[in-house]
Ligand binder design. Sequence first.
Ligand code: ZN
Length: 98
Amino acid sequence: MAGSIPGSSPGTAMTGKEDEEATAPMTPFETVEIDEMVAACAGGPGGGGPAGHPKVYLNLAPTGRVECPYCSRLFVNRAAARADDARRRGSPGERSRA
Ligand SMILES: [Zn+2]
């Protein structure tokens, strides 16, 4: 018997639809976590660059976070961020994670 050949399927054409971008939340500005309560910002990640600006010191007190008035990056103190995160989850009986 001439066996029919399976596996000759048209194939699963995975034409990656780029819908993910539509659903992804917009994060235009960076969040920078630091250990100090004072942030030093001079613009881009390397300090300066195209998005650079005069170096400024930003006081994170009392909320533990401050946004740079020049480049709108948000500086967050790690400890404060952790506390805030814990507060947000603050539900008794956490969801079990896989
Ligand atoms: Zn800045």
